[in-house]
Unconditional design. Sequence first.
Length: 190
Amino acid sequence: MVAISCFYNHYNKIPVNFTFIQFNQFVKVILNDRIVILTNKQLVSNDKLYKMFKLSLLCTKDTSQINVDPSNYFGMGVLTQQYWKHIEFTTDYDFVELSKAKYRNPLLAQEPKRPSSSKKIRKFEKLFDTYMTERIKDPDELMKEYFSIHLSGLNEYFTRYIEHNAKIELLSSIMHNYGRDVYSSVRRFL
């Protein structure tokens, strides 16, 4: 099954758009307007690119669905959480239009027969390294920010849950050991 994912770094002038179209044996990587086809092994061997791929999977709402632009019925894209101006992730999903496949659904495409040439891959990696040093944060930092935003509510919930259980345990211990009178007095102060 074909899957599509996107990591979109918003800037006012030129945004950075990573789109990954994953087939069984190959992955088509689109960095703004540059396209390269890699094998799964080649993708995993490039550590930063593989981390960007994992981050794109986290940011994309549904990897098995292509959405149509509400303002332009011919434009196709993906719903993804954007990284806003090198500052933070957005919490809602925004429509990101596919640059090279505006009128064709990439989920209906056939799997490529072979990967890109080594020369094309080297050019792509050079462009990728330029973007990673100048315009995009380290993928590990981006992952930390993503998880800190999305897990902050969960962390607060478990903190309250642990405090509540500790309070119940303390009060039940007092009730069992000292009786109802001491329990009532202590409960007023908690």
